[in-house]
Design a protein around this ligand. Structure first.
Ligand code: KG4
Ligand code: ZN
Length: 329
C-alpha cells in the first residue's frame, strides 16, 4: 500500500510517500526554523504563514522524488494533533482538499503515535510486543506501554515541562543558539568530564512512579549560571535530563518486562541518551530500537507509517485538527 502523508504540527512542512508503512519512497521537509532563530523560539503565526507557502511545493517534490502519480497513491494521511492550531489546519485542510479531488481515503494520525512508528521504518525486524516506548519531544515526555498496534497504555508523563522544553529553555539561559537541544549536546561535548561531580537535581528520580518533572532543573540552571562555564552547565544538564529519563525507563522495564524498548521524539536524537540506553540494555535480552536521527524529529514518513499500521479511514467531514490530542484520545 502506498500512502502519501503530511505533517505540519509545528514549524515543519513535510510530505512523504511510504510503502507498506516501512519503506520511504520520498521524504521532503521544509522548516521555518531560520525565521524563529532571531526570536529564540517558534512564533506560531509566522510558522503557519511559511507552511502555507511551502505545502504545495513540498507535496509536488515528494511526488516527483518518488516518481509516483496521484493514481498510484492508495491513501492520504495527515497529522491532526497535537500541535499548533494554525499549523495543523494547513496540513489537515490541504489533505482534505486533495483527498476530495483525488477521491482517496484520508487517515487522521496522532502526531505522538507517529513518533513511535519511526521505529518501524527501515528496520530488518519490527519491534515485538509488548513494547515500552520512551517518547520525548519538545512538548511531551511520556512512558507508554504498547501492547499491539493501536493499543497504547500511558504509564507516566511529565508533570510540567517536557524534556525537550527543558533542553530548549536551559539552552536559552546558557546563551546558546536556537534550536537549543542540539547545541546543548555539542557544547556538552567540549567539557572534560573527568572528576566531574553532579550538581543539578534529578527530580522525581527515586519516586515510585513513571512520571517526570523538568521545570525545577530550569530554575537550578538559572541559579547556577554564574557558578559554572557554559560547557559544564550543558554537560551537567544533559546528564541530569538523561538520568531522569533512563531511571524511569528502567523502572518500567522492571515492572512490565517488555520484549522491546523504543525511543521516539525529537529528544531521541540526543546522542548521550542513545548511548546511555544502548549501554544499559546491551546486557539484557530486550531489543532496543532507536530511530535514525532524521526520523526522530518531525517528518511526514512517521505519519505515513502510523497510518498504515492503524488504518482508519473516516468520512472527510469528520477529519479535523485537534491541537490538544493526547496519546489515549
Ligand atoms: O519531536 P520534535 O521534533 O517536535 C515536537 O514534537 O516537539 O522535538 C523537538 C525537540 C526540541 O525540544 C529540541 O530541542 C529537541 O527535540 N532536540 C534535542 C536534540 N535534537 C532535537 N534535544 C536534545 N538533543 C538533541 N540532539
Ligand atoms: Zn514531534
Amino acid at each position: 500500500m502506498t500512502i502519501l502523508a503530511f505533517e505540519t504540527s509545528c514549524d515543519e512542512t513535510s510530505a512523504s510517500i511510504i510503502e507498506n508503512g516501512v519503506k520511504i519512497s520520498s521524504l521532503v521537509t521544509a522548516t521555518s526554523s531560520q525565521i524563529h532563530q532571531k526570536y529564540g523560539g517558534i512564533i506560531p503565526d509566522k510558522a503557519a504563514r511559511a507552511q502555507l507557502e511551502s505545502i504545495i511545493p513540498v507535496i509536488h517534490e515528494a511526488l516527483a522524488e518518488s516518481r509516483q502519480k496521484p493514481e498510484t497513491i492508495d491513501a492520504l494521511a495527515v497529522t491532526i494533533g497535537p500541535g499548533l492550531i494554525g499549523s495543523l489546519l494547513i496540513g489537515v485542510e490541504s489533505a482534505k482538499a486533495l483527498a476530495f479531488a483525488w477521491q482517496k481515503p484520508l487517515i487522521p494520525v496522532n502526531h505522538l503515535i507517529g513518533h513511535i512508528y519511526a521505529n518501524w521504518i527501515d528496520t530488518p525486524k519490527p519491534p515485538e510486543f509488548p513494547a515500552l516506548v520512551l517518547l520525548v519531544s519538545g512538548g511531551h515526555s511520556e512512558l507508554i506501554l504498547m501492547e499491539s498496534h493501536g493499543k497504547f497504555r500511558l504509564l507516566g508523563a511529565t508533570r510540567d515541562d517536557a524534556a525537550g522544553e527543558c533542553f530548549d529553555k536551559c539552552g536559552r539561559l546558557i546563551g546558546l543558539p536556537y534550536p537549543y537541544g542540539i547545541f546543548i549536546q555539542d557544547k556538552a561535548k567540549e567539557f572534560d568530564s573527568t572528576n566531574h561531580t553532579p550538581f543539578l537535581p534529578r527530580p522525581m528520580q527515586n519516586q515510585d512512579n513513571f512520571d517526570f518533572s523538568f521545570s525545577g532543573l530550569k530554575t537550578a540552571v538559572l541559579n547556577n549560571l554564574n557558578n559554572y562555564s557554559a560547557e559544564k552547565l550543558a554537560y551537567e544538564l544533559q546528564e541530569a535530563i538523561t538520568d531522569c529519563l533512563i531511571e524511569k525507563t528502567l523502572k518500567a522495564i522492571d515492572r512490565f518486562h517488555p520484549r522491546s524498548v523504543l525511543l521516539a521524539g525529537g529528544v531521541a536524537a540526543n546522542k548521550r541518551l542513545r548511548e546511555k540506553i544502548t549501554i544499559l540494555l546491551s546486557s539484557t535480552k530486550i531489543s532496543l530500537f532507536i530511530p535514525e536521527i532524521r526520523l526522530c524529529t518531525d517528518n511526514a514518513a512517521i505519519i505515513g507509517s502510523a497510518a498504515y499500521f492503524n488504518y482508519l479511514s473516516i468520512p472527510l467531514s469528520k477529519v479535523s485538527a485537534n491541537p490538544a490530542l493526547t496519546i489515549t484520545s
